[in-house]
Design a protein around this ligand. Structure first.
Ligand SMILES: [Zn+2]
Length: 338
């Protein structure tokens, strides 16, 4: 599978030609060197060490602890045998690295590109992968980050606001041939919270927020008795009351008279701008993935700041989470939908 996906970027026009010119030969060599650098063979990296360092106490198939070590694969990866289900497995069985369709080395590069705000198109060019491969990897990141925001609780000075993001062009609902105006069903409402350290961004629904939606979005993500800094949106009041928040709200009319610098809501406005920029980098993305992109944004912009530490967190998560996504499944669903 992998060879087929990547073959387009691996090929040169002179692969089957015998009498290549010196220049053709030179270009071909350089290109292939670079390709091989981006796609190292498992045997040439320290990946096996990483894989074999994973602690395995239970069967990757049935979770039984009646397992034993059972030799190595030809690449040197530790194999295990389960007495319960009588199946073999390796430390990567059931993880996104199963069958090694993604090498861990490539994964690290890929993540760093994504964290540097690379789009899938650009990232696949840099890493010499097809766009489908990059989309596939991105969807694996999404799976790993599905639960990520659950653990985030903002505290101290907490800013909240709503931002709106348009549905895809072909989904825009029209009334008598005219686009619906204002905060209609053509706009996703995204609740944003920020405390200077961590950020949360959750799709609330379409159009304006409501007391119940605001409460549902933020109730588990803000510590009681924190200070809430926000605009005078009435829908926020229920949340303030329930969490006994110190209420610091500013009227929209008053805020309009302030410059950006004077605006007390500047930190959250800035986050909203950044999120919009981030989403626009991936313009035309499937809006079914909107929450996934927001999870990724929050992961990128919350603690820890260092990108390598973020790679570390995701790698640990990837190696210890039983989650797989079949390439075929991802693209067959997409084709059906499209
Ligand atoms: Zn088993």
């Amino acid at each position: 599978m992998k060879n087929r996906i990547d073959s387009s970027r691996q090929r040169t026009p002179w692969d089957n030609k015998e009498d290549t010119t010196i220049i053709e030969n030179f270009i071909q060599d350089k290109y292939k060197d670079n390709y091989n650098l981006k796609h190292p063979k498992l045997i040439d990296t320290d990946e096996v060490k990483v894989i074999n360092s994973i602690t395995i106490n239970n069967c990757r198939h049935c979770d039984s602890d009646r397992i034993k070590k059972n030799g190595f694969t030809k690449n040197g990866v530790q194999r295990y045998y389960c007495y319960e289900c009588k199946r073999s497995f390796s430390p990567t069985t059931g993880t996104i690295f199963e069958n090694h369709k993604i090498s861990i080395t490539e994964w690290v590069e890929f993540l760093l590109d994504i964290f540097n705000y690379g789009s899938t198109t650009l990232t696949s060019k840099v890493n010499k992968n097809s766009i489908n491969t990059s989309t596939y990897w991105l969807n694996k990141v999404f799976l790993l980050l599905r639960e990520y925001q659950n653990g985030i609780v903002l505290k101290g000075k907490v800013y909240i606001d709503e931002m709106f993001y348009s549905v895809i062009k072909c989904d825009i609902e029209k009334k008598n041939g005219k686009k619906l105006r204002g905060l209609s069903r053509n706009q996703y409402c995204i609740g944003i919270g920020y405390d200077g350290t961590n950020i949360i961004a959750i799709v609330e629904g379409f159009g304006k927020t409501s007391s119940d939606l605001t409460k549902l979005t933020f109730i588990n993500h803000i510590e009681e008795n924190s200070r809430l800094i926000h605009d005078d949106e009435k829908a926020h009041r229920k949340l303030v009351k329930e969490l006994k928040l110190v209420d610091e709200s500013y009227s929209s009319a008053w805020l309009k008279t302030k410059t950006d610098k004077e605006n007390p809501l500047r930190p959250i406005n800035h986050q909203c701008d950044l999120i919009r920029q981030f989403l626009n980098t991936h313009s035309g993305f499937d809006r079914d993935n909107l929450q996934d992109y927001l999870n990724l944004y929050c992961f990128m912009n919350s603690k820890p700041r260092n990108k390598l530490e973020k790679v570390n967190i995701l790698l640990e998560l990837a190696l210890n989470t039983k989650v797989t996504l079949k390439y075929r499944d991802l693209f067959e669903t997409k084709e059906k939908d499209g």
